[in-house]
Design a protein around this ligand. Sequence first.
Ligand code: PLP
Length: 360
Amino acid sequence: MARVYNFSAGPSMLAEDVLKTAAAEMLEYGESGQSVMEMSHRSKEYQAIFDETEANLREIMNIPDDYAVLFLQGGASTQFAMAPMNLMTKNGKADFIITGQWANKAFKEAARYGNAREVASSKDKTFSYIPKTTAADFDKDADYVHICMNNTIYGTKYNKLPDTNGVPLVADISSCILSEPIDVTKFGMLYAGAQKNVAPAGVTIVIIRKDLIGNAMDITPTMLNYATHYENGSMFNTPPCYSIYIAGLTLKWIKKMGGLEKMKELNEKKAKILYDFLDSSKLFKGTVVPEDRSLMNVPFVTGDEELDAKFVSESKKAGFLNLKGHRSVGGMRASIYNAMPIEGVEKLVAFMKKFEEENL
Ligand SMILES: *Cc1c(COP(=O)(O)O)cnc(C)c1O
């Protein structure tokens, strides 16, 4: 059977190169006589995989030395608690911009540990835009400001970062990590679950300014303290070894492709094909205001729920999988992460054109 074009929001497509290398190395990794899945995380072979993965992430994302890189478990959702437990500790308060379900979950979880404040929200229009803020909107005594950089469910993205009045910015970049260059120095902390754009589920990448580590609340469980993982090179306990290995293969693939500038160029090209079609279509339309559109997740509707369902069903038969929108918003969504080839998007648009002709 041929591989399908998988538009899933996550877990999602991995580069074919990555899967082929993983398959070739499945039984024996290098000269080790064993699969990476079977290796001791304390072995020389595994440490080399781990170190190379971190070094490549630092190189590709241009992460300065005063930032730590941690490979953790528990998904991005665990960071919704870890961030406040570790960072909301100077003045006990943090500011949140609510741009969707993930941002709201981060806000709700933080509110359990301190004074979390909603600064702005785009809930009034089903999160179809990024609310505008100015420096004056933020509390200069807040310990951090939290944003969700790319809103996976709604298809919005910060194309310009908020001015936070000097307060450290913490961002959930689960669905846009490695999709384009990002200036790490603008953030106190970045975090991402790997299953959207990096690796299979299991590893969560945290990039944190070192001076923000070591201030956790007394109640913080050892495993939820950034200091625990920083002081032990992310090996306080067994890390998600295999996911880290695949992340390493993805990073090598990105390097070979030409780095994040190149990924951005490719992602912009793919997104443009889809958005240009949506803007000209008489049947389909995008749901996000043009200036805040995501490069990674593209939601669209026909305006008729039955027709939406018919489209999802027929597209599946044609080999385009997982185009159904998130259960909370309906319609359709095409997630076009790094690993989605340009032909996948071109063929999807050709299919949409045909569907339009037949159903208008
Ligand atoms: C998928 C996603 C999450 C949830 O990630 P888990 O790893 O499942 O906890 C959080 N934030 C964003 C932006 C996401 O896309």
